[in-house]
Design a protein around this ligand. Sequence first.
Ligand code: PMP
Length: 382
Amino acid sequence: MDHGSASPVDSWVLEAMMPYFDKDIGNPSSLHSSGRKAKRELEAARRNVANLIGAPNPKSIIFTSCATESNNLALRGAAMRYKDKGNHIITTSIEHMSVMNSLKDLQRSGFEVTYIPVDKDGLVSAEQIKNAITEKTILISVMYANGEVGTVQPIREIGEIASDKKILFHVDGTAAVGKVPVNVENEHIDLLAISSNDIYGPKGAGALYVRQGVRILPSMLGGGQESGMRSGSENIPGIVGMGKAAELAMAEMVDNGARLIRMRDRLIDNILKMEYTYLTGSRTKRLPNNASFRFSFIEGESIILQLNDLGITASTGSACSTKTLEPSHVLIAMGLRHEEAHGSLLLTLGRSNTEEDVDYVLGSVPAVVAKLRALSPLYPKK
Ligand code: PMP
């Protein structure tokens, strides 16, 4: 129930990767047949990832090590490349920390960043983004979907605005790609970050889509691999795995999506029957695999530990910011008070989950919540 933090590598993906660790070990830059084979596999993976996001030219896919790197490369690379045109960037207040911290760093280098607020469902308004544009705006960055509360943003609408105004549009697609149809052409996306593990590929691989014609400054300099935007010998096993994962995601998105939605809705409808229990994020504009809640009077960490004892892995807020012990910036941006944001539970479903898993969770969560509330001095005991 915690696929958003880590997903199992698909068995077909693992099988596709294996030869590239010890048999087909060529470097795509080498001229011998082993190198040429690696090059062919690299380009095949590029085509599969391009297909998954509707990119007409596979050359626009730059392989990286993770979505965090892709976001860093996109934001810093675009801002620094186009800084002579302007120094203003627009984003939302619920972005992933890899975007938030990249932008904070750019602010220290003299860029101005406008953080557009979201409504109580975590939705950003395209109109508000449009109104924030100035003649100095060079970049708009909005996540496709928020992995913590599941809300899917009006990306096409924002893309049209950016395209009309000739402003670069960066999208963090990590939580959405492979789960909902993403199309960089129809949605006017110039830069799109993708993670391998979020589509059942291996960790240690990611990609950045860079629209043909868009120039970004590289952050890793060296032998000029990946169109000069990300030097370093390519992680061929990881890239082959990501390519296979993209192919599988494309083939099964519709069927698996429908299955996930059925399980997600069963979780939501039943968990919301409990008192003082609320859904976080939009009920309708929502990722198929995301069921996120908040429970009054209790702490998310306690819920997670109790569920863990029952064999259920779940999350409270984003796995990426648990180190800070601060309440989730996403829930705070959605207008929740600190004590409300602390009682959050995030269930992210995946391919391996079954209806029986859902039954087990539905049998366990109410008991855990009731037990913790019984111990809570805040809970109004009847
Ligand atoms: N963006 C979003 C929306 C995410 O949910 C995550 C975490 N899966 C990331 C970026 C960063 O991904 P990674 O940790 O794989 O770099």
